[in-house]
Unconditional design. Structure first.
Length: 84
């Protein structure tokens, strides 16, 4: 499962960024988000998916990279649930 579509919907809803600017390989900064907006978006993602994202890579700049990180965290959370 990829979180990309949900992230695109969430960022469009929160920041009113047109879908054509939300390509997976486009820079979020070049799409109009500053550092503070990206930090707020990360909190919104954590709330939406009920996860906590690690601070492992502050250089994540594209929605595709962020979706891959969210997918890894969600899969790890799901695996923990299955083994508990």
């Amino acid at each position: 499962m990829s979180s990309l579509k949900e992230l695109q919907d969430l960022i469009q809803e929160k920041y009113d960024i047109p879908p054509e600017k939300l390509a997976p390989d486009a820079s979020m900064r070049e799409s109009g988000l500053d550092s503070l907006s990206i930090a707020e978006f990360v909190f919104a993602i954590e709330d939406h998916f009920h996860i906590e994202l690690p601070d492992e890579d502050p250089n994540i700049d594209t929605l595709g990279e962020l979706a891959a990180l969210v997918d890894r965290v969600v899969a790890a959370k799901d695996n923990l649930k299955k083994t508990a």
